[in-house]
Design a protein around this ligand. Sequence first.
Ligand code: NCD
Length: 420
Amino acid sequence: MTIRTGTERAGHRTAGAPFPPAEAPTTEPGAPAAHVTRSGGPRRTDPTEGDGEPNVIMSSLSSQSVAEAGAPTTPGASGAVGPARMSESADGPSFAGSTTGSPAGSDQLPAPRMPRHLLSAGDLDRATALHVLDTASRLEQVLGGREVRKLPTLRGRTVVNLFYEDSTRTRMSFELAAKRLSADVINFSAKGSSVSKGESLKDTAWTLQAMGADAVVCRHSSSGAPERLSGWVDGHVVNAGDGTHEHPTQALLDAYTLRRHLGDLDGRRIVVVGDVLHSRVARSNVLMLSTLGAEVTLVAPPTLLPVGVAGWPATVEYDLDAALPGADAVMMLRVQRERMGGAFFPTAREYSRRYGLDRRRHSLLADHGVVLHPGPMNRGMEIASEVADGPDSLIVEQVGNGVTVRMAVLYLLLSGEVAA
Ligand code: NCD
C-alpha cells in the first residue's frame, strides 16, 4: 500500500449542520443561554517558540494551506468573523494574527481561522479543516525527527480534561497532546470528584474559571453539555464527545488517517457501518468527510438509524454486501450497548452476520481499501479480529494520529489563531 499525503482541491461545499441543536444537559435545567466571551492571553504564532528553532510549522504551512483553501469562507457555528492575514517576512510567510481581515487593496489571501470553540465538526469549513490537518502533518514532521517529542508552545497555559464519561483513547491522547505542547494539564473525572456530591456542571465550570483554565476538553454523556459549558468559561472548549451528538476531534483524526493513506478525499467512497443511532463518531464523520468532498454511505439496520438521517449529507444503505464493493474505506462503529434501552436487533450473532466486517466482506473493498474503527471494539461482533489486526487495518494508527491532531487543535485554539 502506498502512503500519499493528500493535497486537496479548493472550492468545495461546506457541510451544513444537519443535526438539530443538542438537547441541554440534564445537570442544569434552568441555565441561562450560552454566551461567548474572549479569554485574551498572549498570541503565539510559532509552536517552536522559545525553543531556539525557526518557525518551521507556520512558515511552511501558511502558504500551503492558503493555496489549498482558495477563497476564504466563514466558519460556521462557533462564530468566526475575521481572518488572519498572511505576511511575508525575511523568514518566509507567517500569520500576522490580525482579526480585522485583509488590508484593502492587498493581494494577500486571508488564512482560515479556527472557531473560538470546537463543538461540532460542522464548525469547520473546508479551508479550516484542511488547516487543522495540515498543521497536524507539520507537527508530525517536526516531532518525528526529535528524540524529545515535546514543544514549548503552550508553556504556561492550562488545559483541563473534564471527563464525565469513560474514555481511554480520547482522554489519554488529549493529555499527551497538551503535555507535548508543554501545557499544564489537569485531569478531572466525574468519578471521585464533587460531582458525586451533586455538584452541577455550572458550578464545576465556575471552579475551572477561577483556576484560569485556558482550554477545557469536555466529554459528557449529555448531548450539548460542552456547548453549555462554552457559555460559562472564558477558555476555549473542545467537545471530546457529548452523548450521541458529536465527537469532532475523532472525525479530524479519522480524516487525517484517511488522507495519509488515500490522499485527497475528494470523491473517495467511505462506508460507515453500524450503530449510527447512538454514534457521535458517525455524526461528526458525516459532516467532516462530506466537507472534505468524500461520498459517505451509512449502513445500518433500520432500527439503528436516527430519524432525519435522510437529511444528512450521506447515502443510506441497509445491505452491507451491496455497499462495500470498491469502497476506499470502511469505518466500523461500536455497537453501543450502554446506550441501548431496548432491543435494537435480535441477537449479537444475527447482528454480526448481517453487519459485521469479516474477511469475506473485507475482500469486497477496493484493493487499496482501508479499515477504521474508533475503538473500543467489540471484537467478533462488529469486526472480526483477523480484520481488525490485519494489514489494511488503521485502527492502531488512528490512536497515534489522535495525539497529533489534538495537538494541532489545541495549538490553533490557544495560539490565538481563532476568530474574535
Ligand atoms: C468513541 C466514543 O467514545 O464516542 N470512542 C472514542 O472516542 N475513541 C466511540 C465509541 O465509544 O464507540
